[in-house]
Design a protein around this ligand. Structure first.
Ligand code: GLU
Length: 309
């Protein structure tokens, strides 16, 4: 993309931050700052059952403590929290509705796939389809009049979409064939991750998305949604995941949170360790994020996932 570079931190405050999240944040910061860009802090707190303010505040404090600063966003701008952006998603949703790209669905199976948060490994995403996609106008109106509200699914594009990922190269996916239709709004009215992220990246002028490679398979849908809504998709650059013995070391596994790390290590030790593990420096030694700017290059960053020993 041309024009000013805008990157983003987009954590979900559903737990304390972990080394796995931090690696993606460090790379997002290095990528954006090395390009002279502006960073936005966006809070992905769509799911009220899982999001907690205490985690959001801890995440912001952790990033500051590590020297990973940003230029605008939550909490100074409350509108940078997804929970405050429902009216914005509503407008985008209406555009999709007007173009018959979404349809109501009351299948409980579909609702189980209705994630408000980002899909992470092990979470099943494939939707083999249901009759709701083919209802007559009368059947659809009856469904909308029923007591229980429906979820809303997007008619997945049946076309090959290529995302030129900055780290992993071209990634092509046919969303209709590989994923099926997907939920953009849950039955409880909450907008789903795929819609919210696409609308936010578009409206916040994000030009660089750096995040874990578990979200690479979401990028073609997000690119398509942004372009369908009249925007220009950002450049995507996915990064390797840190894995523990049992797969991805995520905050969901409930160990090694920054709460624990901050008691035992200095920020430079954590940044140095992450930089060493992902291939940016040759020795595991303390460095600041700023020290890494002159040596940062995506060519040095490993492609394979990184086992934490
Ligand atoms: N909020 C997501 C997460 O914490 C990241 C979403 C994204 O970067 O698109 O996993």
């Amino acid at each position: 993309m041309t024009g000013p570079v805008v990157g983003r931190f987009a954590p979900s405050p559903s737990g304390y931050m972990h080394l796995g999240n931090l690696l993606a944040m460090l790379l997002a910061w290095l990528d954006c700052r090395s390009l002279g860009g502006e960073l936005v802090f966006r809070l992905e707190d769509l799911d009220p059952a899982r999001s907690k303010r205490v985690y959001a505040e801890a995440m912001a404090a952790d990033l500051r403590w590590l020297g990973l600063d940003w230029d605008r966003g939550w909490p100074e701008e409350p509108a940078c929290a997804q929970s405050a952006r429902t009216a914005i998603y509503e407008t985008a949703f209406q555009t999709l509705l007007d173009r018959d790209l979404v349809y109501p669905c009351r299948c409980t199976r579909s609702e189980r796939l209705a994630a408000a948060s980002a899909p992470h490994p092990g979470e099943r995403e494939f939707d083999s389809g249901c009759r709701c996609a083919h209802l007559s106008r009368a059947e659809r109106e009856a469904l909308l009049r029923a007591d229980r509200r429906p979820a809303w699914k997007l008619r997945s594009p049946d076309t090959a979409i290529t995302v030129p990922d900055g780290h992993y190269g071209a990634f092509t996916q046919n969303p209709a064939r590989e994923l099926g239709d997907f939920i953009v709004r849950r039955a409880d009215g909450i907008f789903a991750y795929q819609l919210a992220v696409s609308v936010d990246d578009m409206l916040m002028g994000v030009t660089r998305v750096v995040r874990g490679r578990d979200l690479l398979s979401s990028a073609p849908r997000q690119k398509w949604l942004i372009e369908t809504l009249g925007g220009q998709a950002p450049d995507y650059c996915h990064c390797p995941l840190l894995t523990g013995g049992a797969g991805k070391l995520s905050k969901r596994l409930g160990s090694l949170s920054t709460e624990v790390l901050r008691k035992e290590y200095a920020p430079e030790q954590i940044i140095g360790r992450l930089a060493f593990l992902c291939g940016l420096i040759d020795r595991d030694e303390p460095v600041t994020a700023r020290d890494l700017l002159p040596v940062f290059s995506w060519d040095k960053v490993r492609k394979e996932d990184i086992p934490l020993v």
